[in-house]
Design a protein around this ligand. Structure first.
Ligand code: MET
Ligand SMILES: [Zn+2]
Ligand SMILES: [Zn+2]
Length: 411
């Protein structure tokens, strides 16, 4: 019943899988126990020590058909506990039925909804024709390098014969669900400036701070130009480049703060940049070298993350049977999808797409503000339960689809 379903979700949310020290083994043990109660095949794959990836399988009756994969990551981003109204690991339900927890939207909800949908399908006597895989993967929030990036390269993955993947999406403030057919590439960029130190009262050129600020001004002009395109309307947030300064570091620390009369010899800034699939990222990189971090101005740069794989998008129209099946399945569950979009952030789906699979980003969360990575992330329990029924409909449609075609090469 619904209470038990919600309790299981809360139990998963209470497992501390917060980066940078996620307790992956507890999460895997918990999901494994769920899988056992559903008689799913299960294997734990440890491609990197300490980073288990759990792979489950609901075996279909026709092993010659390509399978589909329901992916979710088990890790969550950190939080500022004092800024939350309820502790982010307590999964408290308030009197509106909202469940507050880190991961309630991103994306422990989806992982558990897959399993609950399978539970319902089994209870109804449904038997899949096509096999259903579920992966519970580590490290998505820190780039997926020891998670899906290595998983898709493994022989095991290649042997699974998967045609299409469902991965995370975003909440929708309206009635209709958002669906994503591609995503922006992440660049986590640090630029550093050096310059001669000097008396705080002296005016001179080429100080580290002045050098860094020149770059920041130029980057901010570019940011504004992209933001203007978005504000002009007609396009989505994933269709322009986003640039945000997320840290600034400079100055000489003192016991009371920072030394005020000393111009620092080093200064740096960190940017989270996201680049849409159709954008000329090589031109942007030239701009970085020439304008944003020119060696001539004593500047250097370093990428903390950079996806340099091919930016592939999945067809989201009638040419792709998986798209039509998804759209119709959501309709049959009594809901709607809005126009497919480019995911503005980044997900593990980029690795699946690069490996030649089709992939959609989808989290069945409507009428809810987007609080991924934010304070007071929550999900209403009715919305969570409704999402399970949406997955019942989707899994049923995908697992019953009998055509042998439907891989990307055939589209
Ligand atoms: C840079 S890897 C992506 C991590 C996370 N999903 C984000 O979009 O920020
Ligand atoms: Zn996520
Ligand atoms: Zn996230």
């Amino acid at each position: 019943d619904d209470d038990a379903i919600v309790s299981r979700f809360q139990e998963y949310l209470r497992i501390d899988t917060v980066q940078p020290k996620p307790d992956y083994y507890r999460a895997v043990d918990f999901i494994k126990s769920q899988a056992k109660s559903l008689s799913l095949e299960s294997q734990t794959i440890e491609l990197v020590e300490g980073k288990p990836l759990l792979l489950l399988k609901w075996v279909g009756s026709d092993p010659t058909l390509p399978a589909f994969l329901l992916n979710s990551h088990t890790d969550v981003v950190p939080f500022e506990e004092s800024k939350w109204t309820h502790h982010p690991l307590h999964a408290h339900i308030d009197h509106h039925g909202n469940i507050y927890a880190r991961g309630s939207q991103d994306m422990k909800c989806v992982g558990m909804q897959y399993l609950e949908a399978i539970r319902k399908l089994q209870a109804s006597g449904f038997k899949p024709i096509r096999s259903v895989y579920l992966s519970f993967v580590p490290d998505e929030e820190i780039g997926g390098h020891d998670g899906v990036e290595k998983f898709v390269e493994s022989q095991l993955f290649k042997s699974l014969n998967i045609a299409v993947v469902l991965d995370e999406g975003l909440t929708s403030p309206t009635e209709s669900y958002r669906v994503f057919y591609g995503e922006r590439s992440p660049w986590w960029l640090v630029i550093k400036a050096k310059g001669p130190p000097g008396h705080g009262a002296k005016l001179y050129d080429n100080s580290a701070m002045e050098n860094l600020l020149k770059s920041i001004e130029s980057i901010r002009r570019f940011r504004a130009s992209q933001f203007d395109l978005l504000k002009a309307g007609g396009i989505g947030e994933g269709d322009v480049v986003s640039v945000n300064i997320n840290f600034l570091k400079a100055g000489t620390p003192s016991p009371t703060g920072f030394v005020m009369n000393l111009q620092p010899s080093e200064a740096e800034a960190g940017f989270d940049i996201r680049i849409p699939p159709n954008f000329d990222s090589e031109a942007l990189e030239r701009r970085l070298v020439e304008e944003w971090a020119p060696a001539a101005r004593n500047m250097s740069f370093e990428f903390k993350q950079k996806f340099s794989g091919k930016q592939i998008v999945t067809a989201a129209d009638d040419s792709n049977p998986w798209w039509s099946l998804l759209e119709n399945a959501v309709k049959e569950a009594g809901s709607r999808t809005s126009k497919p979009e480019i995911f503005p952030a980044s997900t593990d789906a980029r690795y699946f797409r690069e490996a030649g699979l089709l992939a959609f980003g989808f989290s069945p969360i409507s009428k809810t503000p987007g609080l991924l990575h934010d304070h007071n992330e929550y999900l209403g329990k009715d919305e969570y339960l409704k999402g399970i029924d949406v997955y019942v409909s989707i899994i049923k449609a995908y697992a019953s689809y009998e055509s042998k075609s439907g891989s990307r090469d055939e589209l």
